[in-house]
Design a protein around this ligand. Structure first.
Ligand code: ATP
Ligand code: MG
Length: 563
């Protein structure tokens, strides 16, 4: 324990001049969770170490540091078993299509791929899957990058599928020359009717040389969109409909966000992905289960081209009760302005979760807990929120908030300035709160108080109720003694400038009975203490006996309920 404390204190001192015990405690607990059990002692050790480290020179600090190994956090043992994996030689990839912002389902895919490779000392690549010019944009590329950075995933390589166009073209030509692919001029409807009837069309029998000519015409932009496609000569009788002469490339004239109008023929996902995975040295492809039927095509394409073949794993798609985890379903909510944008706190997008004060580490724990299992489950948000609370508990400051305030008037008050600790067990300092005879307490607390009852204004003193009227509670100062097990109530002083009106946005289920829930956003209103006006926007704190909240807008004193 001492060593872990020392290690993080030294590092924090080196990075910031003097270490901040609050920043260190999170790291220590992360690496050694037992440190949470006796937090006061942990804090004592940290504070002492901070003082010692402050006396060291930069050289001495560097020397101390060189003795330590820094893993971000001691992870739960969660090895992801990959068949045929050789230590040091595993390559995986995360391949998002930049046609939307990331959601937590993508985070599952990204973390599994990352951890899958790194568990074997391998590499994980990021590849923007951008070979559909119609839907993709640089805005989405940037948003995905920002999301991944926020998650803390550092890839070992990065690229764009669209930068490999000449490679797809050359393999397409190889397939044509081998007689494994042909140019089809049938219309979409005809094609799909033939496929379901297991019937080939005339184009299938076109000589290779003609196919080659037509292909070159396609590539040279001499054909209109929809005029022709390149299809694999598959198996028209296969039970797997994917294998019935699937499309490998098609004409799309929309300008590409990266390559403009340079290319008119674009590979389909199946063709592009197989080639890119093979040439980039990917050994294990980890993707969600809806692609399962496409695995056979993936292997067939590479087999016909006699290319190196990665192993494909299909894991279950993440679904969460009360929300939608698919871009296709999230996008319309944004377009129709049912939610405020990609970062609406009701959304399961990374930016929505971030605004809600959900921490990347909680997302990681949550999504990795499902592993590579194919079992479909529909967990609720609860498991994620529990993870989040665990991480926030030792690091979030505590403040008072009273919802729907009711006035409490105390006779014979002490008029003192109360010093209330910002955390019950971790040393984070105190906040000062002036007091007089008038207080605000939450309506639910006021309602529950009985005439004659004694309760404690938390951190201050005990009050005996002397009268209750509608909207007003009267009491008198009883004593200061802390009585074990007595009722404790949060409060703010009803003194000008010592209470601050604030609101808390409470996100609820986005989807109820498979439809958008128009009541998915509620707002709690009340007063918080003055110390909250010094908080930095974006911070997550705990309103005692209310929950963790993130300060979303410091000007408006608007918080978002987290967990
Ligand atoms: P959506 O279905 O949300 O439109 P997508 O599959 O089209 O998403 P991509 O950008 O192509 O989105 O996905 C990148 C990776 O994320 C893929 O490997 C895909 O399997 C995975 N993925 C997408 N949604 C989920 C999910 N809900 N759970 C797990 N993995 C997912
Ligand atoms: Mg996709």
């Amino acid at each position: 324990m001492n060593e872990i404390v020392w290690k993080w204190v030294v590092r924090n001192t080196r990075d910031y001049g003097k270490a901040d015990p609050k920043a260190v405690v999170g790291k220590v607990i992360g690496e050694w969770p037992e440190a949470r059990e006796d937090l006061p002692r942990t804090m004592q050790l940290i504070t002492a170490a901070v003082e010692t480290a402050a006396k060291l020179s930069k050289e001495q600090l560097d020397k101390e540091l060189s003795a330590f190994v820094f893993e971000q956090r001691k992870e739960k043992a969660r090895h992801i078993e990959l068949q045929g994996a050789q230590q040091g030689n595993v390559v995986t990839r995360f391949a998002p299509e930049p046609n939307a912002y990331m959601h937590i389902g993508h985070a599952k895919s990204a973390f599994l791929s990352y951890e899958g490779a790194h568990g074997y000392g391998g590499k994980c690549l990021l590849r923007f899957d951008d070979t559909n010019p119609e839907k993709e944009s640089a805005e989405f590329v940037e948003a995905i990058r920002e999301g991944l950075e926020w998650l803390g995933i550092e890839f070992d390589g990065e690229g764009y599928a669209s930068d490999k166009m000449p490679i797809y073209y050359s393999y397409a030509e190889q397939l044509i020359e081998q007689g494994d692919a042909y140019v089809c001029k049938c219309q979409k409807e005809e094609m799909s009717a033939n496929r379901s009837r297991k019937k080939g069309c005339e184009c299938r029998n076109r000589p290779k040389s003609e196919n080659k000519e037509l292909w070159l015409e396609m590539v040279a932009k001499k054909m209109d969109e929809g005029a022709a496609t390149l299809r694999l000569k598959g198996d028209l009788h296969s039970q797997n409909t994917v294998m019935r002469d699937p499309t490998l490339a098609r004409i799309l004239l929309a300008p590409h966000y990266r390559h403009g109008t340079k290319y008119a023929v674009w590979p389909t996902y199946d063709f592009q992905c197989a080639i890119a995975d093979s040439v980039e040295g990917v050994t294990h492809v980890l993707r969600s289960k809806e692609y399962e039927l496409r695995d056979e095509l993936f292997y067939t394409i590479l087999d016909r081209l006699r290319m190196r073949t990665p192993r494909v794993y299909d894991f279950s798609r993440l679904e969460i009760k009360g929300t939608v985890l698919s871009k296709r379903l999230i996008k319309p909510l944004i377009d129709q302005k049912k939610v405020s944008g990609w970062d609406d706190p009701r959304l399961p997008t990374l930016f929505g979760l971030r605004r809600r004060g959900i921490l990347p580490q909680a997302i990681k724990e949550f999504v990795l807990s499902f592993g590579l299992s194919k079992v479909e489950s529909e967990p609720s948000w609860e498991a994620l929120l529990v993870e989040n609370k665990k991480i926030l508990d030792p690091i979030a400051e505590r403040y008072f908030f009273v919802k729907d305030p009711v006035k409490l008037v105390v006779a014979k008050p002490t008029n003192e300035v109360a010093s209330v600790p910002k955390h019950p067990s971790v040393k984070m300092g105190d906040r000062e709160i002036a007091t007089g005879s008038d207080f605000w307490i939450a309506k639910t607390d006021a309602d529950a108080l009985k005439d004659g009852e004694t309760f404690r204004l938390k951190g201050l003193y005990n009050v005996k109720i002397t009268a209750k009227e509608d909207g007003l509670v009267c009491g008198e100062f009883a004593n200061k003694a802390l009585i074990q097990g007595s009722k404790k109530i949060q409060w703010v002083p009803a003194i000008d400038k010592w209470f601050v009106p604030c609101e808390i946005i409470v996100p609820g289920d986005l989807i109820v009975n498979e439809k958008f829930n128009p009541n998915s956003l509620e707002t709690d209103k009340g007063y918080c203490e003055k110390a909250c006006t010094y908080l930095e926007e974006g911070i997550v704190i705990q309103f005692e006996r209310y929950g963790f909240v993130r300060l979303d807008d410091a000007k408006k004193m608007a918080f978002i309920y987290s967990c």
